[in-house]
Design a protein around this ligand. Sequence first.
Ligand code: AMP
Length: 330
Amino acid sequence: MAVKKIFRDYLKDDIKEVRRIHSAIKRYNRIAIFRHIMPDYDALGCQFGLATWLKDNFPEKEIVVLGDNHVTFTPRLYPETDSLSESWFREPFLAIVLDVNSPSRIADPRYKKAKFKIIIDHHPAEGEKHANVQIIKTEAAAAAENILAILLNFKGNYVLSKKAASYFYSAIVGDSGRFQYSSTSKLTFACATECLDAGIEISKIYQQMYLKKIDDLKVTAYILNHFSVSDHGVAYYVLPTNIQEELNITTERGKENVNLFANIEGINAWCSITEDKKDNCWRVSLRSKEKPINQVAMMFEGGGHAQASGAKLNSIDDLPKLIAALDKLF
Ligand code: AMP
């Protein structure tokens, strides 16, 4: 009972939007679910969690999941996304955009063709409102918490299946750093409780998410042998294309080791810098122990959360500027 109250209280000021989302879902027979580019556990877990929930509760509706497949998470953790021809988008459909609100970061621009658009996110709102209904609550550690809270506030007899709950759980574990980050709250644990009630197998999910290969240890070894730490406790590692080739990893995987530097005395912030030949830039993943680093991310064409942000450098010559900007915080 106490858990249900957490969900009710959390959305008490958003209940009109919750009702509008509920009625849009009931109204549309064709629903497409979108998320951000370069997806992570939260983006994919939200998409497949919601798609599964909708299929379980509205089996007569057509539910599709859009955006490219993840290079390592598919099909180990999440199924393949749908490929649709342009003609699919000519008939009326509802777009539900998850874990993103900035138009330039939505993985498939065809969300714009939707008759009705819903955004559910936990990233700070960027720019003008461009959806018919949006619930953006940055206090959630994962976007999946906002989605679960919304679904659990719908009036009706709905089921949360083990499969849907397993996807949502992976999303929450991913974005809360396994319930470690300061964004972890009683809402996070209330969501985990609901997922456990649905029968999820926690150890199986963790194994699927975090199982490593022996070769992955070589990547970690390289990073431990080559990282730098600035005067003010900013740790960073750089992975140019030739090193990615040598280590046999894709660009998407460059950030995988960034949290090696969490919980190290004297390290206040840490980042990975990975060359992206395709986009002709260097992708930056920024993390911080306490101080918000998203303002610095915004200075380098990025953004995100206070303690976890993304950015990019157009040239590696800009790296000293990035480190200096972070150094200034500490
Ligand atoms: P990453 O380092 O790519 O794992 O990103 C960390 C967090 O920052 C994720 O929640 C991303 O969705 C978010 N993020 C990354 N890049 C941007 C950006 N350019 N604008 C806004 N949020 C971002």
